[in-house]
Design a protein around this ligand. Structure first.
Ligand code: ZN
Length: 327
């Protein structure tokens, strides 16, 4: 394989690029993720690139089933049901397709070409519309039965929480620490602190866009509630990062995703200050994603180029356990 087409299907953005054997990214394209007909839009975006590629690597929001090449009703896409990514794009372009979760692809990208180069144990965490992780353990990426290992965004960080995650569960980490979750966290703080004046309150009352970017911008301008939202975000991020460290024993945790990467001035100090409080022993070092928001794209390309290949196993028949031997 000499040149591959890498595609990153995100909740907010679609990215695609041709990637050469040397890892060089050419003809990077981006567009907004559509409400409907996502595979048609992806296919049209990459039509001419696919004709110059030898294989396709896809990083996508999950959950998914990499054995069957489908997305399984992803909570952060507006398109419900099963989405046949591999069948549709592989069929349209007549190319082999490798599918990975975007967070696993991000981990592979940072492991082979980014901040985690040379490490056998590392975790990549992405704070964007959703919250995902990919883990490299003992020198290999963890996948799980369907490629959904480490859906850490659905770790419960507050069992008494009334905040509902996009998946429907209560108190999940992603319900706080993601672009989709931050406005919910902000509205909760606005209710709890009804006496505090805040620009966020005006935005909330006028049904204005209370998105993550607005909240961070107001925090930077000194708005008291927005600043508290960001502090709360940082504390919960630290709590979740500590749980991730306990689960995977990484030498390094790489932080990525637009919500984190665009707001490091407000987040890095607070996360580092809070992390020891929640950690088992010394917390692992943290580093920003060296590939920026292209980590999943680079990881998907690496998988398609065969630098590392997901071992997709067909489901085996479960046999009855051997009968206990008589005494
Ligand atoms: Zn959830």
């Amino acid at each position: 394989v000499r040149r591959v087409l890498a595609i990153d299907i995100g909740a907010t953005n679609l990215r695609a690029a041709l990637v050469g054997e040397d890892g060089e990214i050419a003809e990077l394209r981006r567009t907004r993720t559509p409400e409907r007909g996502i595979l048609k839009v992806v296919g049209d975006l990459v039509e001419d690139l696919a004709r110059r590629a030898d294989a396709i690597g896809i990083a996508s929001v999950g959950p998914l089933d990499i054995r069957r090449g489908v997305l399984l009703n992803p909570p952060n896409l507006r398109e419900p049901g099963e989405i046949d990514v591999v069948g549709s794009l592989g069929g349209r372009f007549g190319l082999e397709v490798v599918l990975l979760s975007d967070a696993v692809a991000g981990a592979v990208g940072e492991w082979l070409h980014g901040a985690g180069r040379g490490l056998d144990n590392m975790v990549y965490l992405t704070f964007s519309t959703g919250l995902g992780a990919g883990a490299i353990v003992d020198g290999r990426p963890l996948l799980g039965a369907r490629g959904n290992a480490h859906e850490v965004g659905h770790f419960v960080v507050d069992y008494r929480s009334e905040l509902r995650c996009g998946c429907g569960g209560l108190g999940h980490w992603e319900a706080y620490c993601s672009g989709a979750g931050l406005p919910k966290l902000a509205r909760r703080l606005l209710r709890e602190r009804g006496e505090v004046a805040s620009r966020l309150r005006e935005i909330d009352l006028s049904s204005g866009p209370m998105d993550a970017a607005t909240i961070f911008k107001l925090a930077r301008e000194g708005d008291p509630i927005a600043s508290d939202v960001v502090r709360e975000f940082s504390r919960i991020a630290a709590a979740g990062i500590a749980s991730v460290a306990s689960a995977y024993d990484p030498e390094l945790i790489v932080l990525g995703g637009s919500v984190y990467l665009n707001n490091r001035d407000l987040l890095d100090g607070e996360i580092a200050a809070n992390l020891p409080e929640y950690s088992l022993g010394d917390p692992p070092p943290l580093a920003p994603a060296a590939l920026g928001d292209l980590s999943p794209l680079v990881g998907a390309a690496a998988a398609a180029l065969g630098e590392w290949r997901p071992q997709v196993r067909r489901k085996r028949d479960r046999r009855a356990p051997p009968a206990p031997s008589g005494r």
